[in-house]
Design a protein around this ligand. Structure first.
Ligand SMILES: [Zn+2]
Ligand SMILES: [Zn+2]
Length: 170
């Protein structure tokens, strides 16, 4: 058994989009170990510990990056951190309590807004609006098409008229 053959964490093990098991190498990138690379900078293997990785392993890297960014965007709630700090710390003062209450209210507001935006009725309304907007776009397009058609007809009749005029002049 070689060094780095056993991944240190379970999360370092993933299956890439081609269904091949990949694990995190020394570089922090995912590698499946297959000999499928065509770049000139390495030996053609995806990993197994460093160097380039294949496209489907790069997708795993991308996924992980997005996941980390998502976690950074939604850190643990402020109120939870405040309440946790009371467990072993000093008794909270009135000021601290007020702060915690404020944080809780803000969080509840945010949660209520999110819930209101994702209820069944809200979703149904969104769907109906989408259908309506599609309908209106189609109607506008249809009308424009009709206008072009009638303009063409008018032009053609004008042409015909001028031609008959010319013939008459002869
Ligand atoms: Zn790979
Ligand atoms: Zn390479």
């Amino acid at each position: 058994m070689k060094d780095g053959e056993i991944p240190s964490k379970l999360t370092d093990f993933k299956v890439n989009s081609e269904g091949v098991a990949a694990q995190k190498g020394l570089t922090g990138k995912y590698y499946c170990g297959r000999k499928i690379l065509s770049c000139s900078c390495c030996n053609g293997h995806c990993g197994p510990n460093n160097g380039c990785n294949c496209l489907s392993c790069q997708k795993l890297d991308q996924e992980e990056r997005e996941l980390r960014e998502e976690e950074e965007r939604h850190p643990a709630t402020a109120s939870a951190m405040i309440i946790d700090s009371w467990t072993w710390g000093q008794q909270p003062t009135t000021e601290h309590l007020r702060e915690a209450l404020q944080a809780l209210i803000l969080e509840q507001q945010e949660l209520a807004c999110q819930a209101a935006g994702t209820t069944l009725s809200a979703m149904r309304l969104k769907q109906r609006l989408a259908v309506l907007s599609r309908y209106f776009i189609a109607q506008a397009r249809h009308r424009k098409h009709g206008e072009i058609q009638s303009r063409k007809l008018k032009e053609r009749s004008i042409e015909q008229e001028s031609e008959t005029n010319k013939l008459k002049a002869k």
